[in-house]
Design a binder for this molecule. Structure first.
Ligand code: ZN
Length: 128
């Protein structure tokens, strides 16, 4: 499947594999599907709990991108889980910022991730 790879900065032909290859020391993850870039060896997980269990979560992140995504979720999730801001409103605002529908898994560059992180931090400072 053609997927965007953040490390290769290109659409690559990703290979479907499973947790036995990606996490050999985690037998509990062995049966989970993953898409792997054989050029840079990064990978992305799948929406494995849905009907189309091999549908990728987004583009293939580099290690730095993976960290950037975690940092975003660490700020973004508590924001809407607290009930102070509606999840839908947060995502709508981020979609406007990027000019396309926002999914953390589909961020392509660290620059985009930084912009999102800054925006989300700003939303957190707004008091009800
Ligand atoms: Zn790659």
């Amino acid at each position: 499947m053609k997927l965007y790879c953040c490390e290769c900065t290109a659409d690559v032909e990703a290979r479907l594999t499973d947790g036995r290859e990606i996490y050999p020391h985690r037998p509990d993850l062995g049966s989970l599907p993953f898409w792997k870039c054989d050029t840079c060896h990064n990978h992305v997980g799948c929406h494995h709990k849905t009907a189309n269990r091999t549908r990728p979560l987004g583009c293939i992140p580099s290690p730095a991108m993976r960290q950037a995504r975690s940092r975003i979720h660490a700020v973004l999730d508590p924001l809407w889980k607290s009930g102070r801001v509606r999840r839908k409103a947060v995502y709508a605002q981020l979609s406007t910022l990027l000019g396309r529908e926002y999914h953390t898994g589909e961020l392509r560059t660290l620059e985009e991730a930084e912009r999102v992180l800054e925006a989300v931090r700003g939303m957190g400072q707004v008091q009800p």
